[in-house]
Design a protein around this ligand. Structure first.
Ligand code: PMP
Length: 352
């Protein structure tokens, strides 16, 4: 604490992102990045756009909003673009949650939610997941201040059926329910189809995972126009140009190349299923995942030890030193070749 720090800074407990080391020959399976490059059309568009770097980007991101809207049967004014979905989530906390009104999220979930809650002084209640780590949707009914959860959940990878999502939205008519769909393209079903019917539903997605654009920083929110307007008001009271030209153009090209997106997503799902089967054969309890990562534990090797043993072999995964999940590892899905290497190293460790 420094005497010059504001009360806001004093109450922060910043998020700690997964390591991004520069080690050579590292098998990096710790931050749920996509192992494939983005579509070649993204790279072409970005190169072309570099001619325009002397000009400010569009503050309204109209072209990209229209393109994303088209994909979900929504109007451009039902789409908000942000600098990664983390920024969209931060703006959403400011736009829809109030100090003094308790919001709810699961006890095991994306660890940025409590960080935003502290930053914006929003009280929260952590709803315990069921024994099998599924989300108890009925426990979220009539939340005083709002609801937020990822679907599929992170770090479990478990998808909550759309029917249950709908029940949560119906059971909270007086506050906003935010569904964070960062991993939705790997087998889940988006709640975007419910937007026309529910004025209190905000769906947040990202190009970081299924579109291989983690480095470009483009996330977005889908919701009825009055919710989107609130997000725009926050953004325009903060920074008119949160998305740079290269990001706007690259993300647009990514949405325009649907064939590439489908092919890579399907390949990743196949690799996930193969890895699940082979890890189970090694004795791991692997939670069935609808995301681009697996959450797993071994009955005989503690996750903290396994994390270190893998690290020694230049394989980086994620371990959360947190109650209930301390014996689990989260492993991002890479290419088939990368997962073969992961399986080989893990197999050797398990043989002792
Ligand atoms: N939501 C969840 C559940 C995530 O795991 C992540 C990635 N860390 C994000 C949102 C943020 O992703 P980005 O800011 O790259 O869009």
């Amino acid at each position: 604490m420094h005497k010059f720090w504001s009360t806001m800074v004093r109450r922060t407990e910043p998020y700690v992102p997964g390591e991004q080391p520069n080690t050579q020959d590292l098998l990096k399976l710790n931050t749920n990045e996509n192992p494939y490059s983005p579509s070649p059309k993204v790279l072409e568009s970005i190169t072309e756009e570099t001619n325009q770097l002397m000009r400010y980007p569009s503050p309204t991101a109209d072209l990209l909003r229209a393109e994303i809207g088209k994909r979900y049967g929504l109007e451009p004014d039902e789409v908000f673009i942000g600098n990664g979905s983390d920024e969209v989530l931060a703006f959403s906390f400011m736009a829809f949650f109030d100090p003094g009104k308790i919001i709810r999220f699961p006890d095991i979930t994306y660890s940025f939610y409590p960080v935003y809650a502290k930053l914006f002084d929003i009280p929260y209640e952590e709803i315990p997941l069921e024994e099998d780590f599924s989300i108890p949707s009925s426990a979220f009914a009539n939340s005083p201040g709002g609801v937020i959860f990822p679907n599929p959940n992170a770090p479990t990878g478990i998808f909550l059926e759309l029917e249950s999502v709908k029940e949560m939205v119906v059971a909270n008519p007086d506050c906003v329910v935010i569904v964070d769909e960062a991993y939705i393209d790997f087998g889940g079903e988006s709640a975007a189809s419910l937007i026309a019917d529910f004025e209190n539903l905000l769906v947040v997605q990202t190009t970081s995972k299924s579109r291989s654009l983690a480095g470009l920083r483009v996330g977005y929110a889908l919701g009825q126009a009055h919710l989107i307007e609130a997000l725009i008001r926050i953004k325009d009271s903060f920074n008119s140009y949160t998305i740079d030209r290269l990001a706007l153009r690259g993300a647009l090209a990514s949405f325009q190349d649907h064939a590439y997106f489908s092919e890579k997503t399907m390949q990743l799902i196949r690799t996930r299923e193969m890895t699940t089967e082979r890890m189970s054969a090694l004795g791991f309890h692997v939670i069935p995942s609808q995301a681009n990562f697996l959450f797993m534990e071994h009955p005989d090797i503690h996750a903290a030890d396994l994390y270190m043993l893998l690290k020694k072999e230049n394989v980086l995964v994620r371990h959360f030193d947190k109650q209930r999940i301390a014996n689990f590892l989260r492993v991002s899905i890479g290419t088939d070749e990368q997962m073969e290497r992961f399986l080989e190293v893990t197999g050797k460790i398990c043989m002792g």
